[in-house]
Design a protein around this ligand. Structure first.
Ligand code: DHB
Length: 392
């Protein structure tokens, strides 16, 4: 099998890239190890930066998002049982965020890709890459039927997430350096059939640990609370979950609305960057090259930005035989990635209580929370980073 750009992974980076290449007249094939149903049912984050919303709209994938997503003009930071509003719209030049779940984004992109003749091979598992430093790289893969095949391409886009095979094709130590940090915390996430408790997201600092009140629709709410990363979902009955959430977010007249919990999961908090993001004709995008702790919801948005930069660079290669944007890919993408890393770390350390933190750290956090909710300059810094950098 042969194509111009072989894409490993039908996540946000792979699907966006494939469609942006299509709009430039460039052919691609996506290999995805999971089934379409599994991808479309996996619960992830749900906050789209202004730039991601604009990109989805521009490429013709924004219709349902515009109809069903929720535009938020601000969010709340809550500490010592009181909420303080960060007015995104006002502080970030009219820019806002949109709450629209990642799997809805994926559903829209898959549908659009298939409707425009895109090739996505579901349940096709990439086994490894060959000859990525030649001009004829190959992806070895196993088809849904179990046959061993090869996809021969001009370029390989590694969009296969943190645990994919693509990053491994960049030799660690000699060419590739990994930057890694773990946090002694996880997020326990739930989906509940309940009315919204607030019309904006609430990021809560509490001595018992962080909590986040988010939403999905008028009838479904998304909530998270900081937990031990090694904890098990089975340890948390519905009653225990509600008691913990109430303990962290109640007070000052605010009362969380309960409902039937129909989904529970635990995600670890970690920061990771692999440099460079390119090796020969292999380009990494999204979680294959970097992951962020969820605080601030940067993961999907960084993946979308990588895809945008890469599509433009590959586009310039095919339209003008220009290689300068391809050569600049790592540097261009990493500027945003490290800003996202910093902001995700910043929000994480500001809002979580870590087991090794003492009384000093608590007082320091409260002083900083006071600062970011009372100084327009400090709140502007948060707002600008939260809505995201414009896509250049
Ligand atoms: C959600 C996830 C996040 O990581 C975040 O910072 C805000 C919202 C969400 O899933 O709704």
């Amino acid at each position: 099998m042969r194509t111009q750009v072989g894409i490993v992974g039908a996540g946000p980076a792979g699907l966006l890239l494939s469609h942006m290449l299509h709009l430039r007249g460039i052919e691609s094939v996506i290999l995805e190890s999971r089934s379409r149903a599994a991808i479309e049912a996996t619960i992830r984050a749900g906050v789209l930066e202004q730039g991601t919303v604009d990109l989805m709209t521009e490429i013709g994938a924004g219709e349902r998002m515009k109809r069903e997503g929720f535009v938020h003009h601000g969010f709340e930071i809550r500490f010592q049982n009181r909420s303080h509003r960060i007015n995104l719209h006002d502080l970030a030049n009219g820019r806002t965020i949109t709450v629209y779940a990642q799997h809805e984004v994926l559903k829209d992109l898959i549908e659009l890709r298939l409707a425009t003749g895109g090739q996505i091979l579901f349940e096709a598992r990439a086994e490894g890459l060959e000859d990525v430093t030649s001009d004829r790289p190959r992806i070895r893969f196993t088809t849904k039927e179990g046959a061993a095949e090869e996809l021969i391409c001009d370029f390989v886009a590694g969009c296969d997430g943190s645990y994919g095979v693509c990053r491994k094709a960049i030799p660690e130590g000699t060419v590739r350096q990994d930057y890694f940090r773990t946090y002694p915390a996880g997020w326990f996430g739930i989906l509940a059939k309940a009315p919204p408790s607030s019309h904006e997201l609430i990021y809560t600092h509490h001595e018992r640990g962080f909590a986040l009140i988010s939403t999905r629709s008028p009838n479904v709410q998304r909530m998270y609370f900081q937990c031990d990363p090694n904890d098990k979902v089975a340890n948390w009955s519905d009653d225990r979950i509600w008691a913990e959430l109430h303990a962290r977010v109640s007070g000052d007249g605010f009362r969380l609305k309960e409902g039937e919990i129909f989904q529970k999961n635990i995600v670890p908090l970690r920061s990771f960057v692999a440099e460079p993001m390119q090796h020969g004709r292999l380009f990494l995008a999204g979680d294959a090259a970097h992951s962020v702790p969820p605080t601030g919801a940067k993961g999907l948005n960084l993946a979308a930005a990588d895809a945008h930069v890469l599509a433009r660079a590959i586009g310039a290669y095919y339209s003008a035989n220009a290689t300068d944007l391809l050569e600049a890919y790592t540097a261009t993408a990493l500027r945003r990635v490290w800003r996202g890393q910093w902001f995700s770390w910043y929000m994480t350390q500001l809002l979580h209580r870590f087991p090794d933190a003492g009384a000093f750290d608590l007082k320091r956090q409260l002083a900083e929370l006071e600062l970011v909710t009372s100084s327009r300059a400090a709140a502007t810094m948060i707002a600008e980073n939260y809505v995201g950098l414009p896509l250049s």
